[in-house]
Design a protein around this ligand. Sequence first.
Ligand SMILES: [Zn+2]
Length: 216
Amino acid sequence: MSCADHDDDLPPAGGLHGGGAPVLAEDGKIAVPEEVAEAIRTLIRWSGDDPAREGLLDTPRRVARAWREYCQGYGEDPAVHLVRQFEEVGGYDEIVLLKDIPFQSHCEHHMAPITGKASIAYLPKDRVVGISKLARVLHGYARRLQIQERLTAEVAQCIWDNLQPEGVAVVIEAQHGCMTGRGVRTPGVGMVTSRMMGSFLSDPRSRKEVLSLMGY
Ligand SMILES: [Zn+2]
């Protein structure tokens, strides 16, 4: 299966400027405005290839649809995933951790892929959320043009604001395509960012405990 076969099951997304109501073509896929396709043809030419050669004919439409998927986060408010909360926590007042969540994002400087893993933890006060919701919050912010530092801070802040826990800790470890595939070309080098809030910020023992649970 080549990568060209993958574009049939994309979720719908909006029109030319994103985020709006889905505009679908007759084949049920997202309609790609000619202006967008032409921009990608221009980029292909700029890269040194011929957008009119057979293998590249459908590429602009595929690229356009792929980018709507990479940037799906613009169409959602990640906080919605934290609306459903459970107050019956059975006296549990220890760290809740979702560890090594794989994610993909794109850097806002080169639109190159950022691939990595995140560990997200909180210390509940009196409420918890379904554990998978933490990953949904991450993806909601990751599926945008990002820098890793802001992604880390936004995920932590969203949990802090909406769950109002005793503490939040987010650690993200990622590789940046703009470093591994161009420029200084340093494959294998990961960047680590972290954001500690509440008790994980003020209490060194809590911070040490959560980092150790995360494997750091
Ligand atoms: Zn970059």
